[in-house]
Design a protein around this ligand. Structure first.
Ligand SMILES: Nc1ncnc2c1ncn2[C@@H]1O[C@H](COP(=O)(O)OP(=O)(O)O)[C@@H](O)[C@H]1O
Ligand SMILES: [Mg+2]
Length: 302
């Protein structure tokens, strides 16, 4: 159990996740108030990773429900194992004296139920982080189903009954904002924005993940990230793409970013034809490098 926001922050940092005190304090409060956190922001901004980082900090297991269009309750909660049920019926029949009421009761017990991530999370004997990832991909009916478990900490399962939580998991809901999450669910959460980091924080993340480079390089890359995001591209690069870029530069044996590297690095930076054309414009890349250099000073502040 966490003792304060500062405690959360230092444990996240020790585990390699670079956060801020406000975020860490929200995580602390969510863990004490038994509230889910809802993280909204662009892809690649560290939403999924935070669930794993919190789990590491709590020494907890992660149960992950990856959402997708058309996901149903069976996928989330689980379902009766029909093959096992059939096998049991055959065995009962062979054994002779069959008391059907007893058989039926037995067949619809938890022994024949293959639990999904939601059920596993609330029945976990150990501390658990329940990650419900990319919730914006599901429909309203599925969201409504989540309301019960996330506020009452129990699940009503047809033919099995009501299952109450053994442990209350730490719940992380994430959304890339492709669809708006309903207000009923929002009200039950503590809300966190997951935006692109400041150059200073990005430089620290880059340093952590690509320790082979020197600090000037990390600052330059953080400056480049800010410059690219200010370029009104169709698809601005996320932290994970900046990490790819840093690794690529390392592999190619370059020390920093120069104008000559444009064509080699373009596939890592521009992911649509429009963005590619924009960066191929005369002086486009050169002025980007210039901006990156200006912004890199922000990465060294503080
Ligand atoms: N605050 C952070 N500290 C350390 N690494 C981070 C941070 N944010 C993002 N990353 C890196 O970026 C990658 C992508 O993050 P991810 O959580 O998958 O993004 P999202 O779920 O928002 O799409 C992670 O694997 C991690 O390496
Ligand atoms: Mg994710």
């Amino acid at each position: 159990m966490f003792s304060s926001g500062k405690d959360v922050l230092s444990r996240l940092t020790a585990g390699g996740y670079i956060s801020e005190l406000v975020t860490a304090t929200t995580i602390y409060l969510a863990s004490r108030l038994h509230k889910p956190i809802l993280l909204e922001g662009p892809p690649g901004s560290g939403k999924t990773e935070i669930a794993y980082a919190v789990a590491k900090a709590m020494d907890a297991e992660v149960e992950r429900l990856q959402c997708f269009e058309g996901i149903n309750e069976e996928k989330a909660i689980g379902k009766f194992d029909e093959a096992l049920q059939r096998l049991a019926v055959e065995t009962f029949c062979r054994s002779g004296s069959v008391e059907w009421e007893t058989v039926k009761k037995h067949l619809y017990s938890d022994a024949f139920f293959a639990a999904g991530p939601l059920l596993r999370a609330i029945l976990s004997p150990r501390p658990c982080v329940l990650l419900i990832d990319e919730l914006d991909k599901v429909g309203q009916a599925f969201e409504a189903m989540l309301l019960e478990v996330l506020s009452e900490w129990r699940l009503s399962i047809p033919k099995l009954g009501v299952v109450k939580a053994h442990t209350i998991p730490f719940v992380v809901l994430t959304s890339n904002e492709e669809r708006r999450i309903g207000d009923a669910l929002r009200r039950r959460t503590l809300y966190l924005r997951s935006d692109h980091p400041s150059p200073q924080r990005e430089a620290v993340i880059l340093r952590l993940r690509t320790p082979g480079h020197n600090e000037d390089f990390h600052r330059e890359m953080a400056g480049l990230a800010k410059a690219l995001r200010g370029w009104s591209l169709e698809k601005s690069p996320s932290i994970s793409e900046m990490l790819d870029l840093a690794q690529a530069i390392e592999l190619l044996g370059y020390e920093g970013i120069t104008s000559e590297m444009r064509d080699t690095l373009l596939p890592l930076v521009a992911k649509t034809e429009a963005d590619r054309s924009k960066l191929l414009l005369r002086d486009g890349w050169a002025s980007l490098i210039y901006d990156a250099h200006q912004y890199s000073t922000e990465a060294s502040e503080a």
